[in-house]
Structures are given as C-alpha cells and as structure tokens.
Write a protein that binds this ligand. Structure first.
Ligand SMILES: Nc1ncnc2c1ncn2[C@@H]1O[C@H](COP(=O)(O)OP(=O)(O)OP(=O)(O)O)[C@@H](O)[C@H]1O
Ligand SMILES: [Mg+2]
Length: 347
C-alpha cells in the first residue's frame, strides 16, 4: 500500500508565521524508495536509482524500461526485478472514476493574490498540473511568479499551498527583495518566507535539466507546493538556433516538460512556467496588426494544462486570458501589479 507522505505542512506554515486550521487536507501520496530495500532490492541498486533522479516507487513506473537500463550499474535483470517489486508496492493500473474523483480532491489551488484572476483560474494555480503564462515583456509573468512564491506558503485556509517553493531562474530576474513586501502584505514573516524558497540560476538548457532533477530530490525530502521555471524556453532558444536544430530542441524541451508533469503528479505540487512570444506573421487574423504566439509549438501546447495569455492594459493594469484549458472557458480578467504583488485592478 502507499504511504501517506510526511506532513511538513504545519511546520512550513508556522515557520512563515501562519497557523493552519485545515491540516486534514491530504497531500500527494507516494511510497519512498526505502520500501524497495525492505522488499529485498539491494540498497546499492536503490542508490543508483536515486542518483538517476528517481526518488519514489511511483517514479519508477514513470520511466521507460530503456531509460532504467541506461542507468549505470543496472542490468536488464535488475531492472526487471525492480519494476516487478515497484508494481507490487505501488500498483498503477485502472482505478474507478470515483477513485479518480477522490484523487482530484487532493488538488490544491494557490491564490494569485487577485480574486478576479483566481476566479478565471477556477480558484488559483492548480497542483498536479502545469500552468503556463506567456506574453510580451513587462506583462507580469515574473511578477506573478514572485507573488506565487509567497502565496504558495500560505495555509490552505488562506488560499495557499502550505509548502516550500523551488524557483529555477533562467533570465536572472528573480529578486529576493520583491518577496519582503509581498510576504508582509499576506501577513507572513519575510525572513521565514525567504528561507522557504530555494532558488537556482540556470545557464544552459542542460543545467536547467540538472537543476530540475535536483528539485525532484528536494520534493522527496520536504513539503513543497510550487515549482517555478522563469522562463521555460529562454535557454532552449539560445542553445539551439536555426531550423536545423529545431527538431532536437523540441525533443529536449518535450522531455523536460514530461519530467515536469510527472513531478507535479507524483508530489502534488503546482508548476508555474513562463514563456516568451514571437511574431506570427502568418497566423493572425486581419484584425490583429502584429499577432504573437507562444514559443515551443505543439510540444508546449500539449504539455501545459492551463495556458494564460497576458497583455498590458493601462498603467499598472494587465489582462490575463485563458488561452487553453481542459475545463475553463476562454474568458479574461484584469489584474494589477503593485509593490505587494499581484492584486485587484482599481477601476
Ligand atoms: N515593486 C513593483 N511595484 C509595482 N510594479 C512593479 C514592481 N516591480 C515591477 N513592477 C512592474 O512589473 C512590470 C514587469 O513585469 P514582469 O517583470 O513580471 O514582466 P515579464 O512579463 O516577466 O517580462 P519579461 O518578458 O521581460 O520577463 C513592469 O511594468 C514593472 O513596472
Ligand atoms: Mg520576466
């Protein structure tokens, strides 16, 4: 049977100066790799799985057989034995739609700080899925990320995710000093809030990939509620140039996105990624002077559960529109960027 995950929920919230009243809410459940050792798999082999970025029994079923055999020191026979044991510990077959509904109830929603924006999103940024925000520069993609870094730590009763945050910064735009006023706005202790955010600057797409694997290890250790990658595509655009490298770029980007969605489901965390836009001379209607489309093509479109298109309004106002979602209508809302983060737009 699966083990409920360790509850760091209370500690995290309290460390940030909040008290929680709704701890009964359940986080994602996963079985720790030690279960394999208990079931007779040599500890050395389990260590090899860990070094390859696999930290839970469920994580094994999420890998292709060929990728497992490619792990140094694991033979075909060993992989077969590991997979068989993993299937016994954490069966991953059909479940009833009723059970599926019960799983959906574990989904948490993290507030954006703006009620209208939350309504647009059906309650906030969802766990177990990827939310992508794209738009031109200064449309608020990074400011939303900073706000979520704080609200992700709020107790659930306040629309938070009650966990820590991992932030992968590819454009050097993470600003710890922005966290303080946002934390104060939500009544959290700024020092503890900063403490609960781990940040890494990525310099190449390969580095970005390594950092994501490091995040997986952190998720298995501690209670996280949000992963941010700002931006997901920037380094891919730099590292792969021209038509000739497009196929390779898309393949690598697809692999990373597939890892991300698995991590989101495995650990019940929300994933917020930002994306750039490029001109799309052929794609727009005659009414749009300069149509813009998000980078990453179909690979990106399929990976993101919820896609948000952002654009500038007057002054501090910004407009968010649902661009693609399995269960949300294509509507838009107005929000504002302030010192205290994302909030309601004043009329
Ligand atoms: N402390 C603050 N108070 C109010 N507005 C702010 C504050 N800090 C930044 N902004 C506003 O946020 C906007 C920048 O938003 P943001 O950095 O999120 O854009 P972005 O969409 O990430 O752009 P890029 O594509 O360049 O990364 C600017 O208009 C800026 O004036
Ligand atoms: Mg930005």
């Amino acid at each position: 049977m699966q083990e409920p995950r360790r509850g760091h929920e209370k500690e995290t919230a309290e460390a940030a100066g909040a008290t929680d009243t709704d701890n009964a809410a359940d986080f994602g459940t996963f079985a720790e790799l030690d279960k394999l050792v208990e079931a007779g798999i040599p500890a050395a082999d389990v260590a090899k799985l860990r070094s390859a970025g696999i930290h839970t029994v469920q994580g094994i079923s999420m890998q292709c057989h060929k990728d497992l055999v490619a792990i140094k020191g694991l033979s075909e026979a060993k992989v077969d034995k590991i997979c068989e044991t993993a299937r016994k510990i954490a069966p991953s077959g059909f479940i009833s739609a009723k059970e599926s509904m019960a799983r959906r109830l574990k989904v948490t929603r993290i507030t954006t700080g703006c009620a209208a924006f939350d309504t647009l999103l059906g309650g906030g940024i969802e766990s177990m899925s990827i939310t992508e925000a794209f738009g031109e520069f200064r449309t608020g993609k990074t400011q939303i990320a900073h706000t979520l870094c704080v609200t992700a730590q709020l107790p659930r009763s306040m629309g938070g995710g009650n966990g820590k945050v991992a932030f992968i910064d590819t454009e050097s735009t993470f600003r710890p000093e922005r966290i303080r006023p946002i934390a104060e706005r939500f009544g959290l202790d700024p020092e503890a809030t900063l403490e609960n955010i781990i940040v890494a600057r990525a310099f190449t797409h390969e580095h970005q990939c390594q950092l994501l694997a490091a995040v997986a290890a952190k998720l298995a250790e501690d209670q996280f509620s949000l992963i941010v990658i700002d931006s997901i595509t920037a380094l891919f655009r730099v590292d792969f140039s021209g038509r000739g490298e497009l196929a390779e770029r898309q393949q690598k980007l697809g692999k990373m996105l597939s890892n991300l969605i698995k991590m989101a489901e495995e650990y019940n965390v929300a994933v917020y990624i930002t994306n750039q836009v490029v001109s799309d001379p052929g794609g727009g209607s005659m009414f749009v002077a300069d149509p813009k489309k998000p980078v990453g093509g179909h690979i990106m479109a399929h990976a993101s559960t919820t896609r948000l298109s952002l654009r500038k309004g007057r002054g501090e106002q910004r407009i968010a529109k649902i661009y693609d979602s399995p269960n949300l209508p294509e509507v838009e809302c107005v929000f504002a960027i302030t010192e205290g983060g994302i909030c309601e737009a004043k009329e």
